[in-house]
Design a protein around this ligand. Sequence first.
Ligand code: F0G
Length: 354
Amino acid sequence: MEAWQGIIKRYRKYLSVTDKTPVITLYEGNTPLFKSDNLSRFLHQDINLYFKYEGANPSGSFKDRGMTLAISRAVEADAKAVICASTGNTSASASAYAAKAGIAAIVLIPEGQIATGKLAQAMIHSARVLQVEGNFDEALEIVKQLVKKHPVTLVNSINPYRLEGQKTAAFEVCDALGAAPDHHALPVGNAGNITAYWRGYSEYKKAGIIRSLPKMIGFQAAGAAPIVLGRPVEKPETIATAIRIGNPASWKNAVAARDESGGRIDAVTDEEIIDAYKLISSKEGVFCEPASAASLAGVIKLSKEGYFRDGETVVCTLTGNGLKDPDTALNVSAKPVRVKADVSEIENLLEDIL
Ligand code: F0G
């Protein structure tokens, strides 16, 4: 088999590219789908749980799938610069792909509200980083105004190529399982990804590759749950900064994905998110970022209600890599113990294990 060369090469016929499109890729996609072995006692029902680990993408999040296509098409259209508002991952991804393409990236981030690793990524890729004294929703509004006035390409998920690229994650899940799962769980922020997965599953069904469709289940943080509440949230708050969004751009599409699939969009508290975040890392050996854990938090919550049926397959997307947010990991973990460089002192401390 040929070595993996990114999602455009692999899924070309499902994507709007031509022979003239210059493919800007960092070999994104082909991320692991693995079965959860150690969480059954935390789930209240007997389901087959899988994780799609998108933190394994080159910039550490699912955004790379959309960015390869958005940046390739921008370069094809002769763009010299791209711009986005971001809670961190879109800016990291846009900066990386713009660097690869040799074009400028401008990123607007909410001041003090993005994880350290994500900020570091945008900076080291030499993007123009603007910390806006406001939240994500305000930054996105500004970006929308700027692109009306200036020749710079918007690469937020309102750029249609972004969702088109992101739908390939659903293709990969089906290719790996040989069918669609019964349920697909995702964190919901700007609501693009749930829209993209639903599109991916629907297109695979139309193409005759899968026979059934999953129910799409999305989870917002309780302090940033506009879709659940049915109205925008002016001051969204959550520890999961990636999904700290009060007025999602793809709101209507997410509701359509929920309703057409017969799924659900619900809220999970920060406490539930952090519990799930710790479970995934301590029991499954996978380090995702807090927002990513909203998918598992939601599945645990629904399993308590008896939402699933025994034996059903549930895939949770872990949207981003835990290394992006070391501060939260340190804050919620036991502190390292300081000890003298002495064997017997160390033995004493480790009595319970040794
Ligand atoms: N998980 C992570 C790690 C994210 O970074 C995001 C969104 C989501 C989930 C939610 O996905 O917006 O498609 O519903 N991050 C965007 C950003 C908003 O700017 O990086 P969504």
